[in-house]
Design a protein around this ligand. Sequence first.
Ligand code: BES
Ligand code: MG
Ligand code: ZN
Length: 489
Amino acid sequence: MLHLTAVDLKKTKIESLVIPVCEDKEIHDDKIISALIRDAMKIKEFKGDKGDEVAFYNLPGVKAVRVIFLGIGKFENIDLEALRSLVGKAVKIVIKKKLSEVFIAVPSAKKIKREMSSVLEAMLEGSYLGNHLFDKYKKDKKFKPVKKISFVVKPDELKKYNRISSQVTTVCQGTVLAREWVSMPPNDKTPERLARSMVSFARKENIKTTVLTEKKLKQMRFRTMLAVAAGSQNKPRMVILEYSPKGAKQLVALVGKGVTFDSGGINLKPSAALDEMKLDMSGAAAVAATLITVAKLKSKVKVIGVIPIVENMPSGSASRPGDIVKSYDGKTVEIGNTDAEGRLILIDAISYAVKKYKPQILIDIATLTGACVVALGEKIAGAFSFDDKLAEDIIFSGEKTHERCWRMPLPKDYKELLKSDFADLNNMSSTRYGGAITAALFLSEFVGDTRWAHIDIAGPAYAKKESAYCGAGGTGFGVRLLVDLLEKL
Ligand code: BES
Ligand code: MG
Ligand code: ZN
């Protein structure tokens, strides 16, 4: 569906051609394209401003039926994310016009002072992700994704960069898979069904899969996890995915929060906060999709995914505030608040991953706290780690993929706030401030001396409105980030 091409625009008949145009500088080095831009800029409505859009039909000089010019704004603002967004927008325009294919002109890497490989990577990503529509649940599907997206490059670039399209496709398929799981309504993704779906995708990539049912979870004493699941009719599952390439030197464990619906439990959430709580398994989705993606890419690191999946509901069998439960590693936890359930399922999964697999690195990813959204807004994740190198690597992958992470502190003295009068720990902090930090510190009690990082994606996991290359709903945040990180290790 995505590919590079070196068509002769003068000779080849095509349905539509999209040309990115910069406001104050020529960014193409193709004579035909430059001539078309000069003509387009003659009209008043089009200046190449960010968001400017104009279509011309049957222009002389090219065989394209329509040429769509899209403004990218000022030269100084052109970065990889601007390219991703522009191409995402281009694809959305083509979808709305109900066209089945599009050709997109690639700017000269030299002129925009970037590596050609990263320019192509960003543009291909924007197009693949912008082409995803979540309309499974609609009877009338008004729009269809574009069938074929071609990027116009020079003949010599074609061979050199051809690999990029399959690489980008694989990674973006991972993001889209995660998006679909997150957007899926909670009645269709009970723990049992979500686990089954994850396993069926993982098996196709020869990933070893294990699913622990409630009986097994009880036998193995995953009690803090079971305490969260206790209120729901829908029984919990733990999914374990193992990707073990031959000769791997490193083992990374990924743990993802899988709460298929977070009502808050007995500490029921207010109405306004409830309707989006199907998003609360976004960490789980990111972990499963990342494993599937690294397996497809044949990455060199061994990766284990440990994914606890539960539904957090209030009922006569639900855990109460004040209950004390013993975690997998033996520490007792007082449940100060049943809505702080993420940390309860994560600690059992983390302790298990540490004990059973002894990973060199453990990363957990979770829609853990509203406090993290208050701190960093809806587009940036919080990254917590005692390990400077690991934190740096995560921030760097975040910049590269534009799945941005901001490092947050882990002050040891804040651990005071998690003290319980009756148990080893309370799952609820004694103050309402710094909630993202205390949640992370709570997790840190269970990682031993494993190099560990925690990524709080409560903000960026879900989008209320569509944006340049993402529709409303699950964003798939974390997949591109983690795949980039794992490929680098
Ligand atoms: N799933 C929520 C966190 C969340 C909030 C995710 C908003 C996405 C958007 C989590 O389980 C939760 O309820 N956290 C509480 C913790 C509190 C009770 C200590 C919160 O953030 O209020
Ligand atoms: Mg909660
Ligand atoms: Zn939650």
